[in-house]
Design a protein around this ligand. Structure first.
Ligand code: THG
Length: 627
């Protein structure tokens, strides 16, 4: 879907409905002009030829973050040079100031203090250069740490808590915004965002947040994440005001991915390239991109792609920033054509939630209740072989995987962790977490680097459990399947299904700030295979409710567990009925379906007789009985 949106629309129309963030002077300035970040901190500290004493002793040598205590004048000089060059925003010298990184120097306990001091120094410097027509801002730098949670180097909670401490130090030290930068692993970004959200909730305040990912020369993030997957993963987080990329390469190598960001991310776009890819000159690695060259790339990025925040990463000097500052005064960003199609993502790739033609196929076989093979692997704790089943479903055409490990007598939390930690890196497609247990769902979300879907919520036991899961959607940036079940049980009529959907939608959007596109309604698929009188008309009600939901809220999604419809029939009849039912539901607006992908047949492959019998069954044509 193409929507023509002027570049600053996202801010003007309120990126979120929180007044405080709209009062941010930084975001206001961004609607008026191109803003310029500073250049490299690390390389410009190195230029000063600091001694072991400057670092506070041999054991701390190389720990740039400690300089805010041991040699603050060195940090001030970097800030001053960039402010003199015209930078609107300076970044705190706190890239590695989480307890995770500082532990390598045995100073993990100084994390809060180092962040606070880094912020305070930058604040003082920025304030000294503050002018009414040129406000200066301080961005709190939050680096990726040295650990990759998707590879199991660190668990989510430990990482989140370390980022929380960094957030507290930076904000209490006086930063205007936070910059989660040089991101390598989207699970790391989620941990940082969970920390920041928690801090905002605890203190009832918020400041703008930038997320900036690093795309390596191979064209993906270090963990293999494509740019569209990173965009999809960030999309649900309304605390993120700006999205972009920095580091690893020069501007030339960034162009294609930057184009994707400008096209697919609704937020203002940020770019901070290195001064080229370092070249080995006389045994030293040198950054060789000149200020003029950087300026020319940036001019195009602004005027052709619509980038609105620029700066420099490794190897960029005050001279580079001076050029960019002058450029910013001369140009306006291009208007962007933003494609706002909602996506889900794995660690690696993104896929639209509405395929054209539909449906999005959700593999049903990684379900301990839905597959004997999967259940037996689970009982044997053959977790790696379960990955094999996931991969088989991908080969068979699944776009997404439903994962259910609930089995009586087993520890579902442990099984879910074992399975999701593997699927996250070893299955390439997005995941649907199929569980009714809040702890199981949360454990799974802490291991999913992409934007996942929770399966499912309903109102069977009232609103309490439902609201707990909706809160998880916000914290972990997930979409959710909502079943049309309420306190009276499973809705049978189309109207009742629609009414329950409406009730869930209003709770999700009004109380939790979810968007229509985060909601996937499942209007319940009962079996027609048993001949049970009560359910003879059920398929029509299910499909009619899909139509009503899609008509009322076109941005909401719909899904069905299609194979339920044919329980009790022989395998061939099941495949025919499932396929015909799926086709029929898609005509009414069904977006996705949980299926055995390889067993779904296109209608033309089903003989006419089979199609007719199946349709008669679906439409409850009584004459079918006598055929
Ligand atoms: N809605 C939502 N989630 C769901 C369902 C739904 N999750 C579970 C289920 N329904 C969808 N998944 C399946 C999985 C397998 C089968 C049916 C639905 C199935 N399995 C074969 C059987 O039981 O005969 C077993 C095949 C085997 O053992 O290999 O039919 O409706 N939101």
């Amino acid at each position: 879907m193409m929507v023509h949106v002027p570049v600053f629309f996202y801010l003007g129309a309120s990126a979120c409905n929180d007044n405080k963030i709209m009062q941010s002077l930084f975001l206001e300035e961004l609607t008026r002009r191109i803003l310029v970040f500073d250049g490299a901190t690390g390389t410009n500290l190195q230029e000063q030829n600091l001694t072991s004493d400057d670092f506070g002793g041999a054991e701390l040598e190389g720990c740039n973050e400690y300089l805010v205590l041991s040699k603050p004048t060195a940090v001030e000089k970097v800030h001053r040079d960039f402010l003199e060059a015209g930078a609107d925003i300076i970044e705190t010298n706190s890239f590695g100031s989480t307890s995770i990184v500082l532990a390598e120097y045995d100073i993990a306990d100084l994390a809060y203090k180092l962040n606070f001091e880094a912020a305070a120094i930058a604040r003082r410097m920025a304030d000294a250069y503050q002018k009414e027509h040129k406000p200066r801002f301080v961005a709190g730098s939050m680096g990726p740490t040295t650990k990759l949670p998707s590879l199991g180097h660190i668990d989510f909670d430990t990482m989140r808590d370390a980022y929380y401490e960094q957030t507290a130090g930076l904000i209490e030290g006086g930063v205007d915004l936070l910059c989660i930068e040089t991101c390598q692993d989207m699970l790391q970004v989620k941990a940082a965002l969970a920390a920041i959200q928690r801090y905002f909730d605890d203190k009832q305040q918020r400041i703008p947040v930038i997320v900036s990912v690093t795309i390596e020369t191979m064209g993906t993030m270090l963990m293999g994440t494509e740019i569209t997957a990173a965009i999809a993963t960030i999309d649900p987080y309304d605390i993120v005001s700006v999205f972009g990329m920095n580091c690893a390469t020069g501007p030339k190598e960034m162009e294609e991915n930057l184009r994707s960001i400008c096209r697919n991310s609704p937020r203002p776009v940020f770019v901070m390239p290195n001064a080229g890819i370092p070249e080995n000159i006389g045994g030293h690695s040198c950054y060789t991109l000149t200020p003029e060259q950087l300026e020319e790339y940036m001019r195009r990025f602004i005027t052709e792609l619509g980038v609105s925040i620029i700066g420099g990463c490794c190897g960029t000097t005050a001279e580079h920033i001076s050029r960019l500052s002058r450029l910013a005064g001369e140009v306006r960003p291009a208007e962007r054509d933003i494609d706002r199609s909602p996506m889900v993502s794995s660690l690696y790739t993104a896929i639209p939630m509405h395929l054209d033609p539909p449906p999005l196929l959700i593999g049903e076989r990684c379900n301990a209740n839905g597959s004997k093979q999967f259940r037996e692997l689970l009982l044997g704790e053959r977790y790696d072989d379960m990955v094999g089943m996931a991969r088989e479903q991908i080969r068979e055409g699944a776009h997404l995987l439903d994962v259910c490990v609930a089995y009586v007598g087993r520890d579902e939390r442990r099984d879910m962790r074992e399975v999701i930690s593997r699927f996250n890196t070893q299955a390439s497609i997005p995941l649907m977490i199929d569980s009714t247990e809040i702890e199981v769902i949360e454990d799974a979300l802490k291991l999913c680097a992409g934007k996942a879907i929770i399966n499912s919520i309903n109102l069977e036991d009232g609103e309490e459990r439902l609201t707990q899961v909706l809160a998880l959607c916000k914290t972990y940036g997930a979409a959710v399947v909502a079943l049309t079940i309420d306190e009276d049980g499973m809705a049978k009529t189309a109207q009742k299904k629609f009414d329950i959907a409406a009730r869930i939608r209003s709770i999700a959007t009004e109380q939790f700030g979810l968007r229509d596109e985060d909601l996937i309604f499942d209007t319940l698929t009962f079996t027609l295979g048993s001949g049970d009188e009560e359910y003879r008309r059920s398929a029509m009600d299910t499909v009619e409710a899909i139509r009503m939901i899609k008509t009322a809220w076109p941005r909401c999604f719909t899904s069905l567990g299609v194979s339920n419809v044919s329980f009790g029939l022989n395998p061939h009849a099941r495949h025919v009925l499932n396929s015909v039912f799926l086709h029929y539901a898609c005509e009414a607006g069904l977006d996705m379906a949980i299926v055995h992908a390889s067993k779904i047949m296109p209608l033309y492959k089903i003989d006419e007789k089979g199609r007719e019998i199946a349709m008669d069954l679906i439409k409850d044509k009584r004459q079918w009985k006598t055929v």
